[in-house]
Design a protein around this ligand. Structure first.
Ligand SMILES: [Fe+2]
Ligand SMILES: [Fe+2]
Length: 213
């Protein structure tokens, strides 16, 4: 009986996590958005649309991060690392919420493709977790490295005046680098270059589609 209850508790918790990730405005950040400390820049309509496209990509990246951590949390052993992974996952909730807030400020919207990316990332996270901690932590490290490259590219593409988006992306870059280090220090494998190239290709498809959709 107790086992059944804990299973259903688990299911409810998972369902709650899915909703918090996919429903705009549902994620509650622990840290206030770094954007709040910056003034709103004078952006014209085209710049606003462009930045909204970039922030939509970053938001979807955070949806994928949530799904990856949640899928992995379900199947991986993790041991002493679990607490650090949960801390990283909580920081990803901050990122998700900050991107969402910034999108709202820009009159933008989150991507229609998020449910599909969530499902795919959850499956990959769960699969990597089931294979073993070295692979699943390696997958986190490789993903965080990839996200870091994206953030650097987006920081270069932002209009100079958009200090609010910049503040968000800069704090995310610091956090993602920390997550990557943590995953490697905890025993994650360094993935070979061809695997990273494959991941880069997948993320290119994601960014191209999400910028518009
Ligand atoms: Fe993140
Ligand atoms: Fe991260």
């Amino acid at each position: 009986m107790a086992r059944q209850l804990s299973r259903s508790d688990n299911l409810i918790h998972q369902f709650d996590s899915v909703l918090r990730t996919l429903v705009p405005g549902a994620a509650q950040p622990r840290r206030p958005s770094p954007a709040l400390a910056q003034p709103e820049g004078a952006l014209d309509d085209e710049q606003r649309r462009h930045v909204a496209g970039l922030m939509r990509i970053n938001h979807t990246g955070e949806v994928c991060a949530q799904a990856l951590y949640q899928g992995q949390g379900l199947t991986a052993k993790l041991g002493d690392t679990r607490e650090r992974m949960e801390e990283a996952a909580a920081e990803e909730v901050d990122h998700l919420s900050w991107c969402d807030q910034r999108l709202q400020e820009l009159d933008g919207r989150t991507s229609y493709l998020n449910p599909a990316f969530y499902a795919a990332s959850f499956g990959l996270g769960a699969l990597a977790g089931a294979i073993g901690d070295r692979i699943s932590l390696g997958f986190v490290a490789a993903t965080e490295e990839q996200v870091g490259h994206h953030l650097e590219a987006h920081l270069r593409k932002l209009p100079i005046d958009d200090k609010r988006s910049r503040a968000v992306l800069e704090q995310m870059r610091i956090d993602e680098a920390q997550h990557e280090r943590m995953a490697l220090e905890s025993g994650g494998s360094r993935f070979p270059l061809p695997v990273k190239w494959g991941m880069r290709l997948v993320s290119k498809v994601m960014t191209k589609s999400v910028y518009r959709l």
